[in-house]
Design a protein around this ligand. Structure first.
Ligand code: NAD
Length: 483
């Protein structure tokens, strides 16, 4: 990585050009040894007709250089524009989103002066696959897809990151008390991987109480690894409680490529006035320098930046007459950091990166598991007869079953309604009908096709099926409540 000296730079929209200019001036003054290929992304590119905010020529440059330093962009409202961030993340395989949140008291007030937390968020899977379907008049679903290699990759990344950056603990957050198969797999892999890192402490929180810990006791956390949606939410909580939303950076990294940015947006309200704080983008640049094998340069600039904050040289967003010394603009702030290159902070803790820090993960492909089909869930759209479960249940048992696959139960929104559900249960028009083999034999797809035909001939509107499998002899589906 140390040899790669050419990166891609995007100046973005709004305050983007000003904060990028400040960041690049500081990096150049520190002789980071980088050359830049500038690409245009964002509002103008969207409006020129590129729906994802980037042109094919820019893609080429991005792919070739592998590393992108990106200023915020303005996403135009409406018009079917796609999120540029999501496109870049998915297309370049940037599976890890790393967001450090640190408090800088008393220069930036925070309720948690010792907060110094890094959130490692899985970036490619989970509900963000955006696979949604309406299935009946009343019921819509979204698919939460979690893969074993995807989970292992991000969990290993979090431990490797902790080791590389001298951190002591990795905390996993999931909701595996409810989602035993998806979140449960993530937690199980965490428990397996942690055994390979005995030098790093580890623990697990259920995400709801975990979010409360981020909000109420963030100083007790070090590195947090979690699934995509939870990571998105707790990152915003962490940014808010750190008191430094405008100063946080974000890294999106994959095996070979990386995108580094500020977490804030393009702030069109203050664009072009030389008042924006470049610290968020600078923090993204620190992570980029470490990623490029230039940890010494990251350390040099970050310590000068901390010293600037400590000396009370502040942009308008953090300037307060009682604790700041001088209010400066974007350019003057950059000059102040450049003047302090080589100095360390005296009150804030200086940063120290180990040389040659490199976070790499290797997830070897595992052999396929032995898969056995033991039944099928058939989902049916049905709203007749006061929605009496005995009507649909008896009909499916008598006319909508085969010798190989027989109705075992029906649930509605996951709650058992046939046989013997309680009458108080609210019932939608979406019925999950579970079929299994009466003799506990393994079945096959022909059996399922025969069953579906029977259900159709019995006059029921089937809307989807889910196969019930055992993998290496273990049940690969959840039981219905009350089953
Ligand atoms: P924003 O973060 O741009 O601004 C929120 C508030 O914080 C504004 O008052 C702004 O002036 C202030 N602020 C933000 N950054 C600042 C800085 N560096 N220095 C001083 N003050 C700063 O959020 P928004 O207004 O919701 O979004 C504006 C645009 O940015 C939207 O088009 C949105 O889609 C886009 N956006 C882009 C990204 C990205 O490119 N990664 C991220 C978030 C939002």
């Amino acid at each position: 990585m140390g040899t790669q000296n050419r990166i891609t730079v995007a100046y973005g929209d709004g305050i983007g050009p000003e904060i990028m200019d400040a960041t690049i001036r500081i990096m150049d003054a520190a002789n980071v040894g980088l050359a830049y290929d500038v690409i245009e992304i964002g509002e103008k590119v969207y409006k020129a007709g590129h729906k994802s905010g980037i042109s094919p020529e820019s893609w080429e440059i991005l792919r070739r250089n592998k590393v992108l330093l990106k200023a915020p962009i303005t996403t135009p409202q409406g018009g079917g524009y796609k999120s540029l961030n999501v496109t870049i993340r998915k297309s370049l395989g940037l599976f890890a989103n790393v967001r450090p949140f640190r408090a800088y008291p008393p220069f930036v007030p925070s309720h948690f002066p010792h907060m110094d937390l890094v959130i490692v968020r899985e970036n490619e899977e989970d509900l963000y696959a955006g696979i949604e379907h309406q299935q009946t008049s009343e019921v819509v679903q979204t698919l939460k897809l979690i893969s074993e290699p995807g989970s292992e990759k991000i969990i290993r990344y979090a431990f490797e990151y902790a080791r590389a950056y001298g951190r002591k603990k990795v905390t996993c957050m999931t909701k595996d008390n409810i989602m035993k198969h998806t979140d449960g797999m993530f937690h199980r892999i965490f428990n397996e991987v942690k055994l390979e890192y005995p030098d790093i402490e580890s623990d697990h929180w259920i995400i709801d109480i975990g979010s409360a810990v981020v909000a109420a006791r963030p100083e007790s956390l070090d590195v947090v690894v979690t699934l995509n949606l939870y990571g998105d939410i707790i990152s915003d909580i962490a940014a808010e409680v750190a008191g430094s939303v405008g100063m946080a950076g974000s890294a999106n990294t994959g095996i070979s490529h990386g995108m580094f940015e500020a977490i804030h947006g393009s702030a069109p309200d203050i664009a072009g006035q030389n008042i924006a704080n470049p610290s968020g983008l600078l923090n993204g640049a620190f992570m980029m320098l470490v990623h490029l094998g230039k940890a010494d340069k990251a350390e040099l600039i970050q310590n000068a930046w901390l010293r600037t904050l400590e000396d009370g040289i502040h942009t308008g967003d953090i300037y307060r007459a009682n604790r700041s010394v001088k209010k400066v603009g974007t350019k003057e702030f950059a000059d102040a950091v450049i003047e302090r290159l080589g100095k360390k902070p005296e009150k804030l803790k200086p940063v120290e990166y180990r040389n040659g820090v490199k976070v790499s993960v290797n997830v070897p492909e595992k052999p396929a598991k032995k898969k056995e089909l033991v039944g099928v869930d058939v989902f049916i759209d049905w709203r007749a007869s006061d929605r009496d479960p005995n009507v649909i249940g008896d009909a499916l048992l008598n006319e909508g079953s085969t010798d190989r696959l027989k109705l075992k139960l029906i649930s509605n929104r996951g709650v058992l309604v046939y046989p013997e559900g309680s009458p108080e249960i609210f019932k939608t028009d979406h019925w999950r009908c579970r079929y299994t083999n009466p003799n506990n034999e393994i079945v096959n797809n022909s059996d399922v096709i025969e069953l579906i035909k029977k259900i159709h001939e019995a006059g029921f509107d089937f809307i989807k099926t889910e196969h019930l499998y055992h993998f290496d002899g273990e049940r690969g589906y959840s039981l219905s409540q009350g089953e």
